[in-house]
Design a protein around this ligand. Sequence first.
Ligand code: NAD
Ligand code: MG
Length: 402
Amino acid sequence: MIQRITVLGSTGSIGCNTLDVVRRHQGRYQVFALAAGRNAALMAQQITEFTPRFAVMADNDAAIALQALLPAGCATTVLSGSAAMADVAAHADTEMVMAAIVGAAGLLPTLAAARAGKRVLLANKESLVMAGPLFMQAVRDGGAVLLPIDSEHNAIFQALPADYRGDFTLHGISKILLTASGGPFRGRTHAELQQVTPAQAVAHPNWSMGQKISVDSATLMNKGLELIEACFLFNCQPAQVQVVVHPQSVIHSMVQYCDGSVLAQLGQPDMRTPIAYGMAWPQRIEAGVQALDLFSIARLDFEPADEVNFPCLQLARDAFAAGGTMPAVLNAANEVAVAAFLREQIGFTDIPLLIAAVMQQHTVQAVTELAPVLEADQWARECAGRWLLQAGTTLPESGNAC
Ligand code: NAD
Ligand code: MG
């Protein structure tokens, strides 16, 4: 039977790759709804090609801009706002939801898809970082099937036993080896990092991705968010997840077992592989990805992460250890810091300073419902905004402006 997919974040890097996989399997998948931020021009093209029932833009202005680009009599209903995104994600006529909105904006629609028992293809790691226990509970309560799309977590999922239910000891698992490319600034000194530009930061050596995740990869915050993501997805502790820098990005992560075995998943750095795996699981479908040629790769290197010059990884461990609302605060402060870096308001090495300053000021609240998560997210953005204001003239060595 044809499966109807909703693509949240359809105009982004993951969204476009998802639609490319759909395009290759028209008889198997049909687009039910598309949702995106403000790129009306690309959304109009996607509507023409995939004729979804609904298209949702982030706000009313973007929806008006989109409507103006569509031909009279276009069968797609245009909506706007986060509630409409949650509605199309939870709609009875869609079986599968690709969660690929960037950042905290993805939380509510992704959560709605989980509660409604969809096959949730999770690229939006930020929603899991913000509200991990609530999100995993929503998956259980809704009877959703959660498939990780982040390449590392997809690799781990593939290397875990098929009947893995969240218990390392039951399956003789020793640890997860979470690989990291090290980003474009691997090996740089602190003095060098102070000089790097946004253009250099978004030029990732192996992957072509959205701006925010590219900067996260450069600071290693992406690996920090992924460490938290792994702990929630696979029910383990940070001490059971070892970060391994592997600059070629050929091994996408590994699982180490107590008998000495290490199972790895290898592939091209092309997100269509994990996307196609998530869409077709437990089957496999062609994804348009070039076959891996080990002779042209020739060698694979491994090294520990430089946690002195890239402190974001430890900040993520600290946030997970503090628990409750702290991971949401880490995420929100990071989003503000990355945006400020991209508009050249702060330097690259100020990103961890800002996040640490906001985390220091936060009083952790327990997370048994969504309200404290959303409040902590809002609080952290305001606190980070005050830090930026104070940093406006001269940046403090360690921010304490909250
Ligand atoms: P991107 O910036 O290329 O795309 C983001 C998408 O989100 C766009 O469609 C944009 O319009 C939409 N969006 C932004 N704000 C929105 C809002 N308020 N409401 C609705 N839609 C909004 O980002 P990306 O690289 O595709 O990443 C998307 C997510 O996938 C991120 O959470 C990222 O961490 C994760 N991810 C990406 C990759 C990758 O290779 N690109 C790999 C692993 C995980
Ligand atoms: Mg990843």
